[in-house]
Design a protein. Structure first.
Length: 341
């Protein structure tokens, strides 16, 4: 999403304050051995394509293991990029037809039947657009540059316009959800059971979300919901749509954390950020999120519990405290700038 000068200044402040935390935390993270079960492409990567400068959404392909779909934020056009998670190189660019000119594309999700769903749901006017759009298209069998026809859906909210950056499609039911983006926490909005391409689709709030959400993703079996923000994340048990908070996620410190996706096997969570040559960082997903696995007994992550112990490495608590302090200074500085703006 295009930010005002104050927001960009705040992001710069955050980057300066967090740079020390990045340096201190980088060594332990690099020395950690990747999970033996992680497939190639699920261990993190750097996006190499110079055309991808504002990667705002991320979704693991099930049809092409190790491939991740992404897109730019705005001012790019109706394009999707298939990125090889092993090399970070673009394998294909899709050009969407059958849709209007995208305004603020913020999210992407894979639904049942290998369908790609794209959320043109951001609101550069701060929540004043009377409607936003969702696009649906089949995932190609071959990863080559091509044009794909998409279906466009008009979306409205039952309680008025709002900004959002999180689009989710349940992998079992195919139902579409949106989480709005509010500093003090937003809501999970549920769409109609069947979307209509000929009229407006009204999304209604069904549950509160305790986060300033920039993206969210379902586990491959649909039993869990991972929600991320700029400075953290939460794991929820899906619980038939009556979401239940389970714990915190091991969200890496990124200068502008924008996206999250489960790996295709559900063992990893991949976190992306904006910027040229941006990195996608892999962290272990909460226990039990792999397909067919039993639900955990209360802990939200194998590396971070709800008590706030964010690292299992020696000295992790002290380093975590340093990072959190930097984050809070940047965060409140950003809020002050936003108010002035």
């Amino acid at each position: 999403m295009r930010r005002s000068f104050a927001v960009r200044a705040g992001a710069l402040l955050a980057g300066v304050l967090l740079s020390g935390a990045f340096t201190v935390l980088a060594a332990p993270a690099a020395s950690a051995a990747p999970a033996a079960s992680a497939a190639d492409g699920d261990k993190g990567f750097t996006i190499e394509d110079p055309r991808i400068t504002e990667s705002s959404g991320l979704a693991a392909s099930r049809r092409h293991p190790g491939v991740y779909w992404t897109h730019n934020d705005s001012d790019d056009g109706p394009y999707l990029y298939a990125v090889d998670g092993a090399t970070g190189k673009t394998l294909a660019r899709l050009t969407l037809t059958g849709v209007g000119t995208p305004r603020d594309v913020e999210a992407i999700s894979i639904g049942p039947g290998n369908e790609i769903w794209v959320g043109d749901i951001g609101d550069n006017l701060g929540g004043t657009w009377q409607y936003v759009w969702i696009y649906r298209l089949p995932e190609p069998a071959k990863l080559v540059d091509q044009t794909v026809r998409a279906t466009q859906y008009v979306v409205k909210y039952s309680d008025g316009p709002r900004d959002a950056e999180s689009l989710l499609v349940h992998p079992r039911t195919g139902r579409v959800y949106i989480i709005d983006k509010k500093e003090d926490g937003g809501h999970l909005y549920e769409g109609p059971a069947d979307l209509s391409a000929s009229g407006a689709n009204v999304f209604r709030p069904v549950a509160a979300v305790d986060l300033w959400a920039t993206d969210a993703a379902f586990s491959p079996d649909g039993s869990r919901l991972a929600v991320r923000g700029y400075f953290g994340g939460i794991s929820y048990a899906w619980n038939g749509g009556k979401i239940k908070r389970e714990g915190r996620l091991d969200v890496p410190l990124q200068r502008q954390g924008e996206s999250v996706s489960y790996s295709a096997d559900g063992t990893e969570l991949l976190y992306g950020s904006e910027g040229s040559g941006s990195s996608v960082v892999a962290e272990k997903a909460p226990e039990g999120s792999a397909p067919g696995a039993e639900s955990p007994s209360g802990k939200g992550s194998s590396g971070a519990s709800d008590d706030g112990d964010g690292s299992s490495a020696t000295g992790g608590v002290e380093l975590g405290a340093l990072a959190v302090a930097a984050v809070f200074v940047a965060f409140f500085g950003l809020r002050r700038l936003l108010r002035r703006d």
